[in-house]
Design a protein. Sequence first.
Lengths: 178, 332
Amino acid sequence: MMPADSMGAETRHAYPASAMLGDYLRAAAGLVPVGVVFATVPVGAVAAGILGGFAAIFGVFGVRTALRHGTSLEMTDSELRARGLWHTTIRWDELDRMRLAYYSTRRDRRSGWMQLDLSAGAARVRLDSRIEGFDQVVRHAAHVAAARGLGLTEATMSNLEALGIALPEGYAESGAAR
Amino acid sequence: MLGYLVHRILIMIPTLIAISLLIFIIIHLPPGDYFSTYIAELQSQGEKANLAKIAFLKAQYGFDRPLWEQYLFWVGGLIQGDMGYSFLYDLPVNRVVGDRLFLTFLVSFTTIVFTYLVAFPIGVYSATHQYSLADYGLTFFGFLGLATPSFLLALLLVYFANVYFGISVGGLMDPRYVDAPWGWGKIMSVFAHIWIPVIVIGTAGTAGMIRRLRANLLDELQKQYVVTARAKGLPPTKLLFKYPLRLALNPFISDIGSLLPHVISGAAVVSIVMSLPTTGPMLLDALRSQDMFLAGSFLMFMASLTVIGVFLSDLALAALDPRIRLHVGRQT
């Protein structure tokens, strides 16, 4: 995955529409059948609660997909800016938390996706591996995290290793890595 | 995590649809239906069936329609919270099952909680005190628990409680509460009675869990990072809870999914032996008499519990250990 647009030290990253199409379809696949059921048949209280819960989850997911689709990232050596409905900036020298998670619904753990969470004080940015230039953002964040001696979970370390991102020698064995 | 939740729900829905199809097909596999069996039974006894009522019920519940329409009728009813009509009891299924679905859920849920509460400390103790006298003793009881069928344990308990203590350990509540509305007394009576079926049903699962947790934890305890941490002087308890135990817990959590079907199928037989007012005995009767709506609703309920159990264990695993497996390689 390469960055969409490089401008010297600044790189820009966005979610391509083709990558988000699946999530829009998933949100629709959850909302439409529930809507059809509610519109066509009388539903009991328990069933209405369950279906309503599903509808809420898929609704929130649809909104989140749209928000994520409308968000772009700008990364420089000093900060990471998220531009969309809300603007968030993470200054690398204030990064205090990094978490890289991998999710897969398959038993063999294939065909999954990664999610990167970054925090600096109250500022928080979350992106997933479908964004263009995901590896580049993760690599930069990992090096900043290592330089700042942030504690990384076992799962984050494993996922970084899977992406081929090596942390400074000895970091994995240090207390900070735990 | 929201994305994972949505992906998992979308997998769960077709799974439940497939299960409902299978249940419907399997119940319809034997020739005839409840009514033809019922008419044949009456005729063999020289009695006359009320054909008008049977024709009315057949028309009302779609038995005269094609199978695919019957399936949609049944599933549509379930979505609306209408479980159909039990021809065996001549009552709506909702009224027939009464508290049974809830009590089945309660027994299953309590059994799982019991299994985890007992297996966790024993498994950890066994692994951290490997080859000690206590470990051998617990291992022995573990194997004994694994090898003893639940219904046999139930029979033994019922027998010995009756012969030596003169009490009946069957049922889930005092007889006076069986048809009484729910109240504080009934709740307390259920809690006073539930522990025996829970122990009976949960023993095999607990023993299995202890073995698995012990094996997983022993694997972790022998790894180099544990040796390094010990060498660096990390306190043993802190080391145990912070690193190896966390990793050893993954298979322990993923077992929730496989534990539920065992608990439920084990509970069915134990319920018959111990006269528990759960779904087991009623399901057996419903299946024998091809009471489509009653059997189908029970099976769908149990299948849903299992699917939900696997779903919850997957969510817990994803939250606890969201990592890629290196041997799989990168798959994003």
